[in-house]
Design a protein around this ligand. Sequence first.
Ligand SMILES: C[S@@+](CC[C@H](N)C(=O)[O-])C[C@H]1O[C@@H](n2cnc3c(N)ncnc32)[C@H](O)[C@@H]1O
Length: 289
Amino acid sequence: MVEPILKWAGGKRQLLSEITAQFPVAFDRYHEPFIGGGAVFFHLEPDAGSLNDLNDRLTTLYEVIRDRDPEVLIEENRSHEHSEEYYYDARDEFNELHAVADKTDQQRLREASLFVYLNRTCFNGLYRENSSGEFNVPVGRYANPDWVQADRIRALHEVLQDTTIHNEDFEYVREAATAGDLVYFDPPYEPVSTTANFNDYHAEGFGKDDQKRLRDLAVDLDEAGVSVVLSNSPPVAELYEEYDQFEVNVVQATRAINSDADNRGEVAEVLITNVPVDEQRRTTLSSFE
Ligand SMILES: C[S@@+](CC[C@H](N)C(=O)[O-])C[C@H]1O[C@@H](n2cnc3c(N)ncnc32)[C@H](O)[C@@H]1O
């Protein structure tokens, strides 16, 4: 089990056991179209499959970890410094690099390394872009942040060897997944209140129409013999009501309920799946108890 390298809003570390309990005992390849910090993917350590995110800084980081010698990235990470001035210079460099069209391998490595550094030293580990797509989170206050992440980078390098990495809309998985595969969807959530701000991952948002597109895709994948597990906020459950092939379960999680990280509370989440109960891991596990 590998721990995530990045802090990421909506990270699923607390719900790992509930989510993976719904996974089928056996499946071929594993796909995660909204990878974010990748808590579930890294926990599972799948042998083969795909991951995807619309955020190209994220997918560049995962490609660099997969394709480069991990010691080279770790060495680059060690070169950063712990000061406010360095942070803002690093943020400028990160945004300038992002604007470069055809990056060299060295520029991609540098962008990946800056991302880990900024994520580990920025305010609350937030990821936020302004309307021009520039990362704009201010510096955080940490006594001893670990922006090197050496062990996790080495472990993840091994896990990613047979993983295809995509940087596009989640619908790519319609082609990527075939019968017998498992897809876990963790999309940006519908806001549960007017102050909730879950759509800040990317300059473009994720609205009701996207949730419907996702539901239609889940229905098509089910018909194609693909196992589907999806986490979401409760209002989305109604989109699945008329589809008997999907089971909806409500679970409780503690997490930040708006952009103020101190404002934490118990929030209901829904887990939606087409995996029959007697094929889920939880059933097999409890039968051994
Ligand atoms: C809830 S987060 C995933 C959190 C992740 N499960 C974790 O544990 O860290 C949702 C992710 O979806 C990405 N995203 C937003 N719209 C997308 C789209 N249309 N297609 C693919 N990814 C998208 C965001 O960039 C974000 O990283």
